[in-house]
Design a protein around this ligand. Structure first.
Ligand code: CA
Length: 246
């Protein structure tokens, strides 16, 4: 797809206006680059280089999305994320972390604190924009998904029938355990979003202490096998967790 085609589709926030994006980045060159690329896509951009200031601005302006560098002087990105997600007014603002290579442990912590996605530096502006648009789109859709709990979700040849607790591939029912069903439903409900193993355990087992990271991996292997060709929708994100292909 050409960039022109991508740019021609206007992106809006949940109320139909121009999305307001806050950039928290202390490297000036990178902050400028982000401001330029986001503005060019029709977004309102607000920048800061400090974690403290990011918290103040987030509370005042309630942006539609926050692009958050993790390595900041003073209050670092993870603490900014933790604080935002702990306050009701800002908890719902999607956070996309900017991380350096080798920060998988921080990525896992950030996702568990409630960050929606992450982008590893260096990144291409095209990838960055695609990820940001996907997060904005998911934010707009998440309410609709919550309201459709009993509906069927079809991805590729897989149909997840939430009402009947059943999976079908090309109209043939697949025999899944309750855990496998919950696992597939969790990931498929938010395509593209990475879930850490701990988030998966909490979502499908209520955080039972007896369930280990390793058991999530075992369930994933079993689920992929049962889905056959369609199992390739379930992607492993090395060092971080799992996601359903967007
Ligand atoms: Ca930094």
């Amino acid at each position: 797809m050409s960039q022109l085609a991508m740019s021609s589709k206007p992106i809006t926030n949940t109320t139909g206006g121009r999305p307001h994006v806050m950039v928290v980045e202390d490297e000036q060159d990178l902050q400028d680059l982000l401001r330029y690329n986001l503005s060019r896509e029709g977004m309102e951009v607000l920048c800061t280089d400090s974690g403290e200031r990011a918290l103040e601005l987030a509370r005042q302006k309630l942006p539609d999305l926050i692009l958050l560098d993790l390595m900041l002087p003073g209050v670092d990105g993870l603490n900014v994320c933790r604080t935002l997600k702990s306050e009701p007014a800002t908890a719902g603002i999607p956070v996309v972390m900017l991380t350096a290579k080798g920060e998988e442990a921080d990525i896992v912590v950030g996702l568990e604190l409630g960050a929606d996605d992450y982008i590893t530096k260096p990144f291409s502006p095209r990838i960055l924009m695609a990820r940001i648009k996907a997060v904005l789109r998911r934010a707009a859709e998440s309410q609709a998904v919550d309201d459709q709990d009993d509906d069927c979700l079809t991805v590729g040849e897989v149909t997840i029938d939430r009402g009947r607790h059943e999976i079908r591939i090309e109209d043939e029912a697949i025999d899944l355990t309750v855990t496998e069903f919950r696992l597939l439903n969790l990931l498929a409900t938010r395509p593209g979003r990475v879930f850490t193993r701990q988030q998966i355990i909490e979502a499908i087992h209520g955080g039972l202490a007896a369930v280990t990271d390793r058991s999530v991996d075992v369930q994933m292997v079993a689920l992929r096998r049962k889905l056959g060709d369609q199992g390739s929708y379930l992607e492993t994100v090395r060092g971080v967790g799992y996601r359903f292909k967007d």
